[in-house]
Design a protein around this ligand. Structure first.
Ligand code: CO
Length: 176
């Protein structure tokens, strides 16, 4: 079980690097990310959310057992449509917002062995990939909220910031 970084951890803002080595540590990381996503009842998780800034994401948009996927170095090659849908994020506990995303996307990526994969996704699975792809570029779903949604969630965002600074302060207290 990996620790999921919470907003406003600065590591969530890093731009992740391409994966070059398709080795056992990469596959182990993906397996641990899938376990963490499942335990946290998430539908997707990006490597930067566990503090590792590489272009790897895992997802299970159906929420069904075993329907887990890992994508390495994903990129959008085509997209169309626009629709509004509800999103949450494991790095923002308790925050949900309606965001506009592309309806249909075509992606090229690699699997955990470095083999090329090409997917066409529609609706919710497309939304999950777009959300996780944003994480790989240090973009967070609050960045895509409407101004009204951001105002609505400001108290909760402040609370998360306060909790993070309290935790940092507690960690600075020297042991006796
Ligand atoms: Co997220």
């Amino acid at each position: 079980m990996l620790e999921v970084l919470l907003y406003p951890d600065p590591r969530l803002r890093r731009v992740s690097t391409q994966v070059e080595e398709f080795d056992d540590p990469l596959r182990e990381l993906a397996a641990e990310m899938i376990q963490t996503m499942t335990t946290e009842s998430g539908v997707g998780l990006a490597a930067p959310q566990v503090g590792i800034s590489i272009r790897l994401l895992v997802m299970n948009p159906s929420g069904e057992e075993g329907d887990d996927h890992a994508l390495v170095n994903p990129r959008i090659t085509a997209s169309s449509g626009r629709e509004t849908g509800e999103e949450g994020c494991l790095s923002f506990p308790g925050i949900y917002a309606s965001l506009v995303r592309k309806t249909e996307i075509k992606i090229e990526a690699q699997d955990l062995d470095g083999q090329a994969v090409e997917w066409t996704l529609n609706g919710f699975p497309a939304r999950v990939v777009l959300h996780e792809l944003d994480h790989l570029d240090g973009i967070l779903f609050v960045d895509r909220m409407t101004p009204a949604e951001r105002i609505r969630w400001r108290p909760r965002l402040r609370e998360l910031s306060r909790q993070a600074s309290d935790a940092a302060q507690a960690a600075d207290v020297p042991g006796v």
